[in-house]
Unconditional design. Structure first.
Length: 253
């Protein structure tokens, strides 16, 4: 690693912007966010960047490094090609507010469209019992830090603003999958068909399982294999279930 890095940082706002080049000192063991902070301290005090924990847990410092969605605080300088300029840009799928800060409110709107866990009416808290494999599945999905890197990288919306209304994105389809596979969720009894909403409201059919979301997840959640593919299978199984088919034919469902 060199003791100086060349950073090409996108500077601008919603009306447009440009790349600015900076030479920044690099010390042993540093991550990209350390250099962004050094840049703010020495050369660009007005550079806007969002961060909070510097430990890969708050999900705030999402940006793109050399065109790849990453957490600034979890990307070691030693993992990047030495002696080459490092390009830092805001998340591409979301509108820029300023510099490296984007407006991710799309994700909060999508989160509000997924009804939460519906408790079983015949059990009180404390009486819930689940198989360990069901607990493990939920816990894997619950590791999500809401960095939205998966939402940013998915090709369905990355360059297709027009798809956003119809597609919730991997993070929220994973949430629907978690709840649909939850053995105690009482959605059906409450008249909520999570499989139907996955397909018709949240755009599950747009996902063609390219797995880019899984590749960028900093929590190594197997979004595609453990959430999206099982949810697709459950939707298809139900569609071709002979009893469901018969019920539809005679108007019972
Ligand atoms: Fe980030 Fe992974 Fe959660 Fe997506 S699923 S928002 S990539 S932590
Ligand atoms: Fe997109 Fe992930 Fe599906 S990247 S296409 S949601 S597998
Ligand atoms: Fe919290 Fe990077 S600053 S995840």
């Amino acid at each position: 690693m060199t003791d100086q890095a060349t950073f090409r940082v996108w500077r601008g706002d919603s009306t447009g912007g440009r790349f600015e080049s900076y030479q920044v000192e690099v010390h042993e063991g540093e991550v990209v966010l350390d250099l962004v902070h050094r840049l703010q301290a020495t050369q660009a005090p007005d550079l806007a960047v969002r961060w909070n924990c510097k430990a890969g847990k708050c999900g705030s410092c999402s940006a793109e490094i050399n065109g790849r969605p990453r957490l600034l605080c979890m990307t070691r300088m030693s993992a990047l090609p030495p002696d080459e300029p490092i390009t830092i840009t805001p998340l591409r799928a979301f509108p820029v507010i300023r510099d490296l800060v984007t407006d991710v409110s799309f994700n909060y709107a999508k989160a509000r469209e997924v009804p939460g866990f519906i408790p079983p009416p015949d059990l009180k808290p404390g009486e819930y019992r689940m198989q360990q494999e069901d607990v493990d599945r939920s816990q894997e999905f619950r590791k999500c830090i809401e960095c939205f890197l998966c939402q940013d990288t998915c090709h369905v919306v990355r360059d297709h603003e027009e798809n956003k209304a119809a597609f919730a994105g991997p993070r929220f389809l994973m949430r629907v999958a978690e709840l649909d596979m939850h053995p105690l969720d009482a959605a059906t009894e409450a008249g909520l068909d999570r499989k139907a909403t996955a397909q018709e409201q949240h755009g599950l059919g747009y996902c063609n399982i390219t797995k880019c979301c899984t590749e960028v997840c900093p929590e190594q959640i197997k979004i595609t294999d453990n959430a999206l593919i099982p949810l697709k299978e459950r939707v298809v199984d139900r569609k071709y279930d002979p009893l469901v088919w018969l019920g539809n034919r005679i108007g019972l469902r």
